[in-house]
Design a protein around this ligand. Structure first.
Ligand code: FE2
Length: 193
């Protein structure tokens, strides 16, 4: 039976409780192994420009897939961490992206939303795969802000996209960890702020 986005999301929301603890204690002593995701001295997530389509005051909403009925379904999820791999609860995570035709909604708030990370520092959106548009490879836009911290503006990219190499904003450290599921895709990325 093919994996579903929901089953991967549930796996993310349950198993990583242990991983989160491992991350939290990763710096507690040199004898403790670091998780593969938590390399000692992780760098801050790279900044990328917001571009012309950011719009403030997005709704608090993580269920965006109904905004684009014709789009290929995708769940995107991850942690917000500090540089010592400690999960940051209550962090703002805001997404905006193009629809299945490569268009942004500049009138309303289709495919725009924000949320705050849970007690384990986790966030997720159920949305669609954005289409490419002229001059850009496939991408999501994000703003991330830990409580009381500065705002990180960045973009996340898709592995295996022919347009990545020719896009001056692309960077491999901003690639989603992507899994194909029976009902779409599941992309994982942990922000370090
Ligand atoms: Fe864009």
């Amino acid at each position: 039976m093919p994996t579903s986005r929901r089953s991967l999301l549930i796996a993310f929301l349950t198993l990583p409780l242990i991983a989160a603890r491992t991350r939290a204690f990763a710096q507690a002593g040199p004898e403790l192994p670091l998780t593969p995701e938590c390399r000692d001295g992780d760098e801050f997530t790279l900044e990328r420009e917001a571009g012309p389509f950011f719009k403030p005051n997005s709704p608090r909403n993580r269920e965006l897939q109904a905004d684009a009925i014709g789009g290929d379904r995708m769940t995107v999820a991850g942690f917000v961490l500090d540089k010592r791999c400690r999960p940051l609860a209550g962090s703002l995570v805001e997404i905006w992206h193009a629809d299945e035709n490569g268009h942004y909604d500049s009138v309303g708030f289709r495919l725009r939303g924000h949320q705050f990370t849970d007690a384990q520092g986790r966030w997720w959106f159920n949305t669609i795969v954005p289409a490419r548009y002229p001059g850009r490879t496939r991408h999501f836009h994000f703003k991330v802000q830990r409580p009381g911290g500065r705002v990180l503006t960045t973009q996340l990219y898709f592995p295996g996209e022919p347009g990545n190499a020719g896009d001056g904003l692309f960077h491999e450290t901003l690639l989603l960890d992507m899994k194909q599921t029976g009902d779409g895709r599941f992309g994982r990325f942990d922000f370090v702020v």
